[in-house]
Write a protein that binds this ligand. Structure first.
Ligand SMILES: Cc1cc2nc3c(=O)[nH]c(=O)nc-3n(C[C@H](O)[C@H](O)[C@H](O)COP(=O)(O)OP(=O)(O)OC[C@H]3O[C@@H](n4cnc5c(N)ncnc54)[C@H](O)[C@@H]3O)c2cc1C
Length: 340
């Protein structure tokens, strides 16, 4: 049985552990305890929205994302990840309709077809009766979400008897005695991956019992694009900023004003909401915003998940498992794997 060290218990480290736990002996290292409240994975909104993400990403992210939705659904049968099918409603205020049109035409061009369903006023209000500030919208049906914090908690329990967790900060290149070492340290791997960069993101958890929205809502806006992700118990995630900066400092007033004003413009019920959490972290990204799996003898580094960690980690983790077990790689994944 292969002995494998995984350094980093964020979404990619955990999914690698889950993929390999039955066939390998796993030591999972993290400098934090398993609740990883300072990891990017704890901040991320958990959306699995390959269609809407195509606005700013490559077809390969879309393809990985589509495969990953099925994986999350199957994983949710093993333990509760808060997976649910969550079609997105995309809309814009009257003055910003051209931004919405550009979003739709950009995605249509990449896919070669229009996949967004046009909702007139009656159809929109049939789906979301409280979006009365809008008289039309578009629906992206095949999207989903996981609850990242539930996933962190329940995957820790799920893995407890299958792997050995070590609450230590280690350098993957210095570990010995393993057949394979996986470097899943996110941004902390910048020491070994110099072109990795940080993209700051801030998001807000609101408790809003005066609001009833079931779909993920994306507001197109030329300056403050926004998403609203409904979670259980009247919680709504309002996100997210995207700022080219390695800055982990607390949220800025400007970001909070923009996110909350945009949310209020979607639904006035957010005025009486309570801010229950504000979360900040930096997304690990390479210059092309695509992930990389690099193999240096027995050391495999997986990184650059950018704004798609939940969307693409399942196929990346399966690729790592294929490498370790000497299996043929999925053709679509070959371009992301490099042997140093
Ligand atoms: C605001 C925001 C919203 C987002 N929304 C989404 C979304 O809706 N959908 C989506 O798919 N993605 C989203 N993302 C992106 C996603 O969160 C990231 O891509 C993903 O979490 C990166 O995961 P990771 O495992 O690579 O890194 P991390 O989550 O940062 O995990 C790295 C782990 O390594 C540990 N570590 C570091 N150094 C060491 C060491 N030396 N020894 C031991 N342990 C170490 C850290 O403690 C940490 O736990 C969002 C990100 C942000 C910031």
């Amino acid at each position: 049985m292969n002995k494998v060290a995984i350094v980093g218990a964020g979404v990619i480290g955990r999914l690698c552990a889950i993929e390999l736990a039955d066939s390998c002996s796993i030591d999972l290292f993290d400098k934090q305890d398993l609740s990883i409240t300072n990891a990017c994975t704890y901040t991320g909104a958990g959306m699995l929205t390959p269609y809407c993400e195509l606005d700013n990403s490559e077809m390969s992210i879309f393809e990985m994302g589509q495969l990953s939705i099925d994986y999350w659904q199957a994983l949710n049968d093993q333990f509760d990840c808060g997976f649910k099918k969550s079609p997105s409603i995309v809309l814009a205020h009257q003055n910003d309709q051209s931004t919405l049109s550009m979003f739709l035409s950009g995605i249509e061009k990449k896919l070669g077809q229009n996949v967004f369903e046009n909702l007139d006023k009656a159809a929109l209000h049939g789906l979301e009766a409280e979006l009365t500030n809008f008289s039309s919208a578009y629906l992206s049906p095949n999207e989903a979400q996981v609850d990242n914090r539930l996933f962190i908690k329940n995957s820790s329990d799920f893995l407890a008897n299958k792997i050995s967790f070590k609450n230590e900060s280690v350098d993957p290149a210095e570990l010995s005695g393993y057949d394979w070492v996986l470097d899943c340290r996110g941004l902390a791997a910048k020491d070994a991956l110099p072109d990795l960069r940080a993209v700051r993101g801030e998001l807000i958890y609101l408790h809003a019992p005066d609001v009833s929205i079931d779909h993920i809502v994306r507001l197109m806006h030329p300056r403050y694009p926004l998403y609203i992700v409904p979670r259980a118990d009247d919680i709504y995630i309002i996100g997210a900023t995207q700022i080219e900066s390695h800055d982990m400092s607390p949220p800025s007033v400007q970001s909070m004003l923009e996110l909350l004003s945009a949310a209020y413009s979607v639904h006035s019920g957010f005025a009486e909401a309570r801010l229950v959490d504000v979360s900040v972290n930096c997304r690990p990204a390479f210059p092309d915003n695509l992930p990389r799996v690099s193999i240096d003898n027995s050391l495999i580094r997986v990184n650059g998940l950018f704004r798609h960690g939940f969307l693409i980690s399942p196929v990346l983790a399966q690729t790592v498992a294929d490498l370790i077990h000497g299996r043929e790689l999925n053709n679509k994944m070959k371009e992301f794997v490099s042997v140093l």
